[in-house]
Design a protein around this ligand. Sequence first.
Ligand SMILES: *Cc1c(COP(=O)(O)O)cnc(C)c1O
Length: 375
Amino acid sequence: MINFNVPPYTGKEIEYMKQAVENQKICGDGPFTRKCSEYIEELTQTTKCLLTTSCTHATEMAAFLIDIKEGDEVILPSYTFVSTANAFVLRGARVVFVDIRPDTMNIDETLIEDAITERTKAIAPVHYAGVGCEMDTIMDIARRYNLAVVEDAAQCIMASYKGKALGTFGEFGCFSFHETKNLSMGEGGALLIRDVRDIEAAEILREKGTDRSRYFRGQVDKYRWQNYGSSYLPSDMNAAYLYAQLELAEEITQARLARWNQYMELLTPLAKEGKIELPYIPDHCTHNAHMFYIKTKDMEERSRLIEHLKKKDILAVFHYVPLHSAPAGMKYGRFHGKDKYTTKESERILRLPMFYKLTEDEVEYITGQIKEFYK
Ligand SMILES: *Cc1c(COP(=O)(O)O)cnc(C)c1O
């Protein structure tokens, strides 16, 4: 059976976790958490990285930090994971969905401006499959209308737009290190902070509303309750697991890219015959092979292909029932403009197995079975 995902494992994780235990520092913000944060800051060239318990939590933190309030509106795609919307809905905002581009499955940047009202507070672009949204356009709109930008960069470690790391454009960027992502710590994430002036508020929010971070740095002699807050810091054991993967981030990414390129090469003939569609990567985007997907003619054909692959011991999956058509989406949001592509494209997309240790032979077998199906 070829699984759809196998969580990345490099071999050093256990050794580092053992070290974390021996350090007698298994709570948050220990040595491995610091190492991971510094590594990510260096890698992305961002001002500050705070490790969190998930990307969901990082996005919730961002919603607090840009001061989302009851009645505010946030613009995002409907084709995304629920967490992008939940973070703002939890603060009482309405989510305003706009259509996606069929080529990258990212928010259509040309439709954002029309969805802005006097209540709009933020834009939350999602870089689907580690392929950047049109950040030049989005940042320009944000500047002209004075809107905050929170990037859902859950799938984006090691990916960039015009040479700049995804997650570093907006005020805040949110990474995920869930076991389904390119690098993992089981459950976990990171909040990337662009502006120095946001760091202190973020640290306080993350540390139960206290200035314990300043206390640990020796900047104050006792820590006190400063503001509302919660607990968003992961155990140092989980950070130790992640650190082993960060050290091999380049190797993991290259291994995935090799399989991604192989899929592309072997499936191009089918695409040329018009049987399927393949992903598109704009020239100015460097992706991280988070995902390899194809698009079938329609939902019915997709179901038959999934069945065919299952019989051949291959697990292929689809995702994202568009949020605007889900019960909570109808309650907390609205779709602005026409749903030209969101529903249609979401019904055609099929994700093929993609993980660190996927082999060349496996990709050959999988693509062979897809060709067999279309014969
Ligand atoms: C995985 C994912 C999330 C959630 O990440 P967690 O770390 O599990 O909270 C959010 N948005 C997108 C686009 C994702 O792919």
